[in-house]
Design a binder for this molecule. Sequence first.
Ligand SMILES: Cc1ncc(COP(=O)(O)O)c(C=O)c1O
Length: 370
Amino acid sequence: MIPLFKVAMSPKASSLVGEVLDSGYIGQGAKVDAFERALAERLDNPRVLTVNSATSGLHLALHLVATESGRDGEVLATALTCTATNWPILANGMRIRWVDTDPSTLNMDLDDLARKITPETRAIVLVHWGGYPVDLDRLRGVLDRAERLHGVRPRVVEDCADAWGATYKGVPLGGHGSIGVYSFQAVKHLTAGDGGLIVLPDDGLMDRARSLRWYGIDRDGGAARFKNDIPEYGFKFNMNDINAAIGLANLEIVDGIVARHRENAAFYDAELAGVDGLELTERATDREPSFWYYSVKVDRRDAFAQRLREAGIATSEVHHRNDAYTATRESRALLPGLDRVAERQIALPVGWWVTDEDRAHIVKTVKAGW
Ligand SMILES: Cc1ncc(COP(=O)(O)O)c(C=O)c1O
């Protein structure tokens, strides 16, 4: 079976991890510092902090927003994503108001977003679906307009979990004025075993996030740090040196990994265009996606998946619409764009493990019909 996801592990990871295990110190230490320095350099942004998962990073991001703007506030969010994008909104006592999905990108519909921003809006939480960047200039235009109309400029939290390596107008995601959160979970482009990264837009948020990821304590406070005052409670969201060592090793191979995802995606773009019953998603020239998976929209999705399974090819919808769950029943809304794609979108394997023969087999199978 050609898998949809696979762990990409550098051969150097075990020796780097071995070094940590034998060092007598496995908590947050020198390897975390080194990983953060390397990540800051890659993203060309000094305001980055590792955490133990993207879910923790998103929780921390929403905590920063909630404590700044008041709990109980309304957050505009996209329903087509991992539950990890949206559960932190609920966990922080805020209310979700769904924004529709743009059927051409599977990202948040920015026209619907513009309609739904009101003085009640505390934040916007969006995802770069499968690593396809949201149109961030248009988003900025929507925020500018909201500020003129309502006098509010809600904070934006970008879930970049699937988007390591993706850029918008040449700049990595997370560096466009929002709070960005990456994932280094097992099967992501860049894995640390588990882990995440929060990218902050200013020094004030950076300082708060740094202490809140570890109980609200200033770790640089020396031996007296436990006696020093803790201005606000925090969490245990920090990364440890074992995960950081894995991440550091994999940082050396990740560019090649992302490049192969893109190469395979370009092959599908060329070969699958115009196939009967199948629609590709948007490609814009101002952004470079990371293609964690390759999304298409198909008629008769179950039959499509079954046909590919018989040919030894794994597929999945990857994420199910979050508005379908009991946990979000209070937020139900009409989402016609999402209705158009929710039962049609499906992901094909596109990653570094997909060989030239594999991708030719996938294209041939799809073209033969289902
Ligand atoms: C879009 C999205 N957001 C968040 C997450 C959660 O990441 P983590 O497992 O690092 O918490 C995932 C994980 O797959 C994801 O795909």
